[in-house]
Design a protein around this ligand. Structure first.
Ligand code: SAM
Length: 493
């Protein structure tokens, strides 16, 4: 019976991702409030209710649900949630903020409408049920059981929803995936054996369709969007980096008059304080790219206050650059390469640099984290990874991989310099917020956790950090990440 709800939806998931539709917003730091103002919420609800009413026909109902009773409100909720989530993601992409205005709701409605025209409303509903039941069941698997009240409010696992999850709960119970138990006059929701199997099937399908990868990328960008204090905190935690960025600009060979592409510019610490804009003077130019609109907005504000021209900030990702082949004399960036898919980003950097031009990056490398203060502080992350019998997953690169991808992209004269990154683990709140909420270190470990588990873990890390800072001296809490500055040339022919 369950397979009727979730046939293999891999192709449909791809189509949904291509259409720019998002089902659950997965926003870091967003606890549900303030997605839409009350008036806009009301108009959007009316529009999505009508939309569902028109498209959820009897024919679709039978195609998707067969003989199952129709959970009447779920199609309406699905249309509402998908439009709201898509609009929030659009807001993130465009402004770096989560505030949604009417034009973004219109655009989200258009995307959903287009998808339904090309596919069908029933398929959209199946995707909604697949994704949201993954969120629901994954939370139940994690917590073992969730008080029914919290479950229905979504407060432990989907705090961004502004409607009851009661219908979803009833439907999951009808399918036999969850059960409600009573203890001491309190009711709890938990997974059944059938629910565990359904979760495994859904996880495999979502994994195969690249859904978790997309979810992780979105989470990271939204974290950068929301990270207002990046500039100030990095200077405190990584005190040597302002000077090291200047050294890197010299190492890569930036010269006056060059047209330079900077990737992962964030709020502009390399562009401005690192001396990149200064180095291309008087008639060169810097185009600085970042996928985080929040960071770009901060960089533009800094540019205005410094009154520096010759720099243009552009939204984009290193993996797909909207520039013609050979457009730049030099392509570089600091602290960004480990966020990218190297198999795409290095060939793209190579493509847009002119023959004879340079590309360069400075990035942290994988470190041995088996250091007493670190193990004690970040023990919950080690515990998560220990379940898989491996060290915690992070995005840091192995020392050989960049060199070999550069060689594979046809680059020559590859040269490296060791530039370690001295990191001060001194202020628990700043350290944890910076690494976990801000730059998303260990996000592979944290992203699959339900929302409350992630928040609890962050609180736990801050508390542990306070004890660790008392037990270990400041010198013992200084950690040097290996850092690799690397440059390579595109051959002339
Ligand atoms: C740790 S910050 C480093 C910023 C800055 N260059 C510095 O030296 O401090 C990483 C930046 O890379 C950006 N980023 C993440 N994924 C990226 C991608 N796929 N392509 C380009 N930049 C990316 C983030 O948005 C963020 O602003």
């Amino acid at each position: 019976m369950r397979m009727f709800i979730f046939p293999n939806l891999s192709n449909e998931l791809h189509a949904m991702q291509k259409a720019g539709i998002v089902i659950s917003p997965w926003l870091a730091g967003l606890s549900g409030e303030g997605r839409l103002d009350a008036a806009l919420y009301h108009t959007m609800s009316t529009r999505t209710r009508e939309f569902a009413h028109v498209h959820w026909t009897e024919e679709e109902r039978v195609r998707v649900l067969h003989h199952l009773p129709s959970p009447d409100r779920i199609p309406q909720i699905a249309a509402h949630e998908i439009v709201a989530s898509t609009a929030v993601c659009l807001a993130h992409e465009r402004t770096g903020q989560v505030d949604v205005d009417e034009s973004l709701v219109d655009e989200a409605m258009n995307r959903v409408n287009q998808f339904v025209t090309e596919s069908s409303f029933g398929t959209l509903l199946q995707l909604y049920m697949l994704v949201t039941s993954w969120e629901n069941q994954n939370a139940l698997r994690h917590f073992g059981e969730i008080p029914e009240r919290e479950y229905v409010l979504g407060s432990w696992h989907r705090p961004w929803v502004d409607y009851s999850l009661g219908e979803e709960l009833m439907f999951a119970a009808l399918l036999g995936n969850v059960e409600i138990i009573e203890r001491n006059h309190h009711r709890f929701v938990r997974l059944t054996e059938e629910g565990r199997l359904a979760l495994e099937r859904a996880s495999a399908m979502l994994e195969q369709a690249g859904y978790f990868k997309q979810r992780l990328q979105f989470l990271r960008i939204s974290q950068f969007n929301l990270y207002d204090a990046y500039g100030q905190v990095t200077d405190e935690i990584w005190p040597d980096t302002p000077q090291q960025r200047k050294d890197f600009v010299r190492f890569v060979g930036v010269k006056p008059g060059m047209r330079v592409l900077e990737l992962g510019c964030a709020n502009g610490p390399l562009t401005f304080e690192g001396g990149l804009a200064e180095a291309v003077k008087p008639d060169g130019q810097v185009i600085a790219v970042d996928p985080s609109s929040g960071m770009l907005a901060r960089a533009r504000t800094k540019q205005q206050s410094l009154q520096i021209d010759r720099v243009e900030f552009v939204h984009g990702r290193a993996e797909s650059l909207l520039f013609d082949p050979g457009s730049f004399d030099l392509v570089l960036g600091t602290g960004f390469l480990h966020f990218t898919d190297l198999k795409q980003s290095i060939p793209e950097m190579t493509r847009v640099v002119r023959p004879g031009g340079m590309i360069g990056s400075w990035h942290p490398l994988k470190a041995n984290l088996n250091v007493p203060f670190f193990r004690e502080w970040f023990a919950p992350l080690f515990a998560l990874a220990a379940k898989r019998a491996e060290p915690p997953r992070d995005y840091l690169l192995d020392s050989e991989v960049v060199r070999s991808e550069m060689a594979a992209a046809g680059l020559v004269h590859i040269e490296e310099r060791s530039m370690p990154i001295t990191t001060l683990f001194h202020d628990p709140v700043k350290v944890v917020n910076h690494f976990i909420r801000g730059v998303g270190w260990f996000s592979e470990e944290l992203a699959p956790l339900p929302w409350k588990a992630r928040e609890d873990l962050i609180d736990d890390l801050i508390e542990r950090g306070t004890f660790v800072c008392e037990r270990f001296t400041p010198e013992e809490r200084i950690f040097r990440f290996p850092g690799q500055a690397i440059r390579a040339k595109r051959p002339v022919n």
